[in-house]
Design a protein around this ligand. Structure first.
Ligand SMILES: Nc1ncnc2c1ncn2[C@@H]1O[C@H](COP(=O)(O)OP(=O)(O)OP(=O)(O)O)[C@@H](O)[C@H]1O
Length: 234
């Protein structure tokens, strides 16, 4: 069963006369191990779709199966079950400022896995090394650059080997060279771990890492292949 299966998904914000439809009849299947990029203008519904897939908001209409769990009508326990199998990487990276890089990653391991603090620490240090931060494990976020913080966020998202990684604008705050390094790293770790990645971006420079590019327009999904997209931008 594919990790994401979406059938006739619709979503609305607001109530009564203020009710506004933001997603229209989305149909989509994503295969295991695929890297998907979602693009589209501001307000086209990308973040809403990503947060529905991430079990961060309730499905209102249609079917959304994530990691074999139907999210329409899912209860809180089922939502949490799905969330524990997903790695999230968000724009503002949300690192806890009063914890070092290692502690930020270790905390995520301890939330996801029932292992000793010592083992969690070893895992956290190993993945920080894998993202090139072996020398920075004891740094606090405010002493790290934007790219380094984003690497910590990637390490934190991937350390528990999630089946699915969702990323919202992971390169937005980074210069082009650092942005490239960050997505190359995500691609590399994902291929190694066999996980599926779905990322939202406005950054045309990273489209080549995708197996498939999905384009959103006014709450509707328009599919494109990588080749089409690259051809149209060149
Ligand atoms: N909590 C909310 N309440 C009401 N309307 C919302 C809410 N969140 C988003 N919207 C509206 O839903 C539509 C889709 O928003 P969404 O954030 O999904 O777009 P987006 O494509 O991710 O945009 P951006 O690229 O700017 O992040 C927009 O018109 C937005 O104003």
């Amino acid at each position: 069963m594919p990790p994401i299966v979406i059938r006739n998904l619709n979503h609305y914000f607001g109530k009564g006369s203020l009710r506004k439809q933001v997603l229209f009849d989305i149909n989509l299947e994503i295969k295991a191990g695929e890297i998907i990029i979602m693009t589209g203008q501001s307000g086209s519904g990308k973040t809403t779709l990503l947060s529905l897939i991430g079990a961060l908001r309730s499905v209102q209409k249609g079917s959304l199966r994530v990691l074999e769990q139907e999210l329409l009508g899912a209860n809180e326990d089922q939502m949490v079950w799905v969330r524990r199998r997903i790695g999230y990487i968000f724009q503002a990276h949300n690192l806890l400022q009063f914890m070092t890089a290692r502690q930020n990653v270790q905390m995520s391991v301890e939330l996801h896995e029932n292992i000793s603090a010592r083992e969690a620490r070893t895992k956290a240090e190993a993945i920080l090394k894998a993202v090139g931060l072996g020398e920075r494990v004891n740094y606090y976020p405010h002493n790290l650059s934007g790219g380094q913080k984003q690497r910590v966020a990637i390490a934190r998202a991937l350390v528990s080997r999630p089946q699915l990684v969702l990323a919202d604008e992971p390169t937005a705050a980074l210069d082009s060279k650092t942005g490239r390094e960050v997505v190359d790293l995500m691609q590399h770790l994902a291929r190694e771990q066999g996980c599926t990645i779905m990322l939202v971006t406005h950054d045309n420079r990273i489209l080549d890492i995708a197996d498939r590019i999905l384009h959103m327009e006014d709450g509707r999904l328009v599919k494109e292949t990588v080749a089409d997209r690259l051809a149209s931008t060149n």
